[in-house]
Design a protein around this ligand. Structure first.
Ligand SMILES: [Zn+2]
Length: 107
């Protein structure tokens, strides 16, 4: 069983380099940027994931009660990652890249 799982993960990694997040587990994933850098959120705190809410979504969060438990704050609608090498921004939905933003002039 263990062997099969690790083989699947390996196959997923090949897939990941073509625009998909690879999930190692519920908590961790990695992704290859178009510039070649490997982005990972495997560290508990990282500079890759951006926590992005619209003003309206955040307003709902801060108005949800007088005492807000950070654990219960709903996750942002999209996963947003930033490459620290080229500053491209990737927006994921269901682990698939739906938008890529690159700094102007950076081709
Ligand atoms: Zn990059």
């Amino acid at each position: 069983m263990e062997m099969n799982n690790s083989k699947e993960l390996h196959l997923d990694w090949n897939f990941a380099s073509q625009g998909f997040l690879q999930n190692w587990s519920d908590q961790m994933a990695k992704f290859q940027c178009k510039c070649g850098a490997i982005l990972s959120n495997s560290r508990a705190l990282n500079d890759v994931e951006l926590i992005v809410y619209t003003d309206i979504e955040w307003d709902d969060v801060i108005n949800s009660g007088d005492l807000i438990d950070p654990v219960t704050i709903q996750s942002p609608r999209y996963d947003v990652w930033r490459c620290n090498e080229c500053e491209r921004i990737y927006v994921f939905e269901e682990n698939v890249v739906i938008k890529t933003y690159a700094v102007e002039g950076d081709t």
